[in-house]
Structure formats: C-alpha cells, structure tokens
Design a protein around this ligand. Structure first.
Ligand code: SAH
Length: 205
C-alpha cells in the first residue's frame, strides 16, 4: 500500500507530533473514493458534508496543545476520528465529542478496530464540554465558532491550553491558542484557517 506522505510539516518542531503523524493511517479515515488523496497535505470531504482537516493543521494544533503522555485531552468535533487518533498516539486519553451521531458511531468503530483504546468518542453538542470527565489538560476544537464556549474555559485546567478556530462561518477565521493561568487568560493567533462551522444541532438530510 503506497503510504508515502506528501506533506512536509515545515515549522513543526515537536518530534512526538511528527512521529504520530507518520503512524496514523489517514487513508482509513476518509471515504474510499478519497483514499488516493489521503497522503496529500489538504483537507478532504468526509461523510455528511463534513471534512477531515489538512494534515499540517492537525500537526500544528496538536503541537500547540503542548501536552505529553500524562495528559487527558478533550476534542470537540470528532469528525472522522483522525485528529483524535493523532492525539491518542501522544497523550494518555482523548475524550471526543461529535455532534453528528452517524459520524460519531463511524469514528468510534474505526478507532476501536485500529486499536485506539485510549479514545472515548460520544455524540452530542460539544458546546457544553464533557462535565463528567473535566477538568482537562488541554482542549481542541475542530469547528469554527464565533466565540469561545464558556463551559470549555471552565473545564480547562489551570495552566492548560485551548486551541480553537474563531471567525465567521465560511469567512475569515484564525486559529487561536488560549492559555488559562488562574484568572488570567492569554490569547495568541497562530494562523489563518478555514474550518466547517460550529453547529448547535444537526439537520438530518
Ligand atoms: N477532527 C476532525 C475534523 C472534523 S470537521 C477530523 O479529524 O476528522 C469538524 C467536526 O465538528 C464535524 O464533524 C462537525 O460535525 C463537528 N461539530 C460541529 N459543531 C459541533 C459541536 N457543537 N459539537 C461537536 N461537534 C461539532
């Protein structure tokens, strides 16, 4: 199977992230008709009108979380499960919420088959976070919101980071790294991005 990765990840310094990106079989996370493009550095359409993020963006977001093997990470927007798998290669446990129950079930099965036993995937609106498992060392959001959902800030540990694309749906968006230090919150913009919109419900087509 030709698994030569045609992505460069230039600027990514964290060796754990580079290795994780080399281990996760991205072609198994996309619809069959997209698998020939799986190792190109671009976002691809997945089922139900959603997308799997561009590999470089997955790597940059993972690096920006600044987490290691003891970390428990919340992901909002599980989609194909690819980002969750990359994180699962590095951290202790990934808790992922996907609003579309069909995608959540598919990703859950896929991750189980691939042996990612340290990912818990559930269906629901990630706006509210995952109270039962909070607090988290880091939180990653894979859909573009207009503002940071306050419950996510509440569920972030002190010293923890939240990575989230903010902006208008289909318009200008920037990827932000938000760090919580007690009552102080610092925000840094990483790059311009384009993500699918953060949704509060799913219209079943
Ligand atoms: N991390 C995913 C990217 C999927 S695209 C991957 O690696 O494939 C973003 C996903 O966010 C979509 O599947 C969309 O259904 C989901 N999403 C949008 N709003 C959401 C919300 N409020 N809660 C949970 N998931 C949401």
């Amino acid at each position: 199977m030709g698994q030569q990765r045609h992505w460069e990840l230039s600027g990514i310094k964290d060796e754990r992230v580079i290795q994780a990106m080399g281990r996760v079989p991205r072609h198994l996370f996309v619809p069959e008709e997209q698998s020939e493009f799986a190792y190109e550095d671009r976002a691809l359409p997945i089922e139900h009108g959603q997308t799997i993020s561009q590999p470089f963006v997955v790597a940059a977001m993972t690096e920006a979380l600044g987490v290691g093997k003891d970390a428990r990470v919340l992901e909002v927007g599980g989609g194909s499960g690819y980002q969750a798998a990359v994180l699962a290669e590095i951290v202790q446990h990934v808790y992922s919420i996907e609003i579309d129950p069909r995608l959540a079930e598919q990703a859950r099965q896929r991750l189980e088959e691939l042996g990612y036993h340290n990912v818990s995937m559930r269906s629901g609106d990630g706006y509210a976070g995952w109270v039962e498992e909070a607090p988290f060392d880091a939180i990653i959001v894979a859909a573009a919101a207009e503002d940071i959902p306050p419950p996510l800030m509440d569920q972030l540990k002190d010293g923890g980071r939240l990575v989230i694309p903010l902006g208008t749906p289909g318009g200008a968006q920037e990827l932000f790294v938000v760090e919580k230090d007690g009552a102080t919150v610092t925000t840094k913009s990483l790059m311009a991005v384009r993500f699918v919109p953060f949704r509060r419900s799913v219209e079943q087509e």
